[in-house]
Design a protein around this ligand. Structure first.
Ligand code: SF4
Length: 247
């Protein structure tokens, strides 16, 4: 497919904090080869986060100029048609919308990974048809969120994002990393029941890997066994379709 690039003047470079670029991945967008952009900064401090440098010290990475990324895409446009924007938390960057507009204007499909804390950003992107896929992390039960993200959290905003995604996103996934100490059978059931009440269809469970975690103590946390995960899947399956990754 011949793809023409949108006018570069349509995006502003002022707050596009691209801190990493994965040239091609088959893991970040199931079924697709995608280029992945990593945005710096996050408003949460999940102790099990696998990108602590992006969250805690984004300034220690050089910011990749959008031109560099665009030039990369230009060289591969015959086989990379999808872009995943992840982080950190990309919705914190004011330049996100202009970058997404640029990508869509150039013919790329765009997926965004988010923690759901900024529904007003998601709403604009989704309702203006700028996003093809939204993946949102649901950390634990809403009651347990402050403990899971170790930061001030507006649960109403999280709920609003979930409802918005269910209602308007062209394609979406909710996903939960199964971290001992953050989730257990009880709060997992609370979580999936609330999602089911909001008419979510499914959830993805991801096995926790105790590597390079934000809180170094979580590097000693033993992941749930396959049997424990099966028990959680049984509980969640009463409410939602369940997919498990990473075991
Ligand atoms: S896991 Fe996601 S939401 Fe939590 S600190 Fe890391 S980037 Fe932020």
């Amino acid at each position: 497919m011949e793809r023409k690039f949108a006018d570069r003047k349509r995006y502003s470079k002022s707050d596009i904090l691209i801190k990493g670029l994965l040239p091609s991945s088959m893991l970040d967008w199931p079924g697709r080869i995608a280029a992945t952009l990593f945005f710096g900064r996050c408003n949460f401090r999940c102790p099990y986060c696998h990108n602590p440098e992006l969250v805690l010290k984004p300034e220690s990475y050089e910011t990749i100029p959008p031109e560099e990324f665009i030039s990369y895409l230009k060289g591969r446009m015959d086989w990379v048609s999808s872009v995943v924007i992840t982080g950190g938390e990309p919705t914190l960057s004011d330049g996100l919308k202009s970058l997404v507009l640029f990508l869509k204007g150039s013919g790329f499909d765009v997926k965004i990974d988010t923690n759901g804390s900024r529904p007003f950003v998601l709403e604009e992107l989704i309702k203006e048809n700028m996003i093809d896929f939204v993946a949102m992390d649901i950390k634990t039960s809403f009651e347990n969120y402050p403990q899971a993200v170790r930061a001030p959290v507006d649960i109403e905003a999280i709920v609003e994002s979930i409802k918005l995604i269910i209602k308007y996103a062209p394609e979406y996934e909710f996903r939960t990393t199964l971290v001992p100490g953050i989730i257990n059978k009880k709060n997992l059931e609370d979580m999936v029941a609330r999602l089911s009440d909001m008419e979510a269809r499914s959830i993805v469970f991801q096995q926790f890997k105790p590597e390079n975690t934000l809180d170094v103590e979580f590097r000693n946390v033993k992941p749930f066994s396959n049997n424990e995960i099966e028990d959680m899947v049984d509980i969640a399956s009463k409410y939602l379709e369940v997919e498990v990754r990473g075991i």
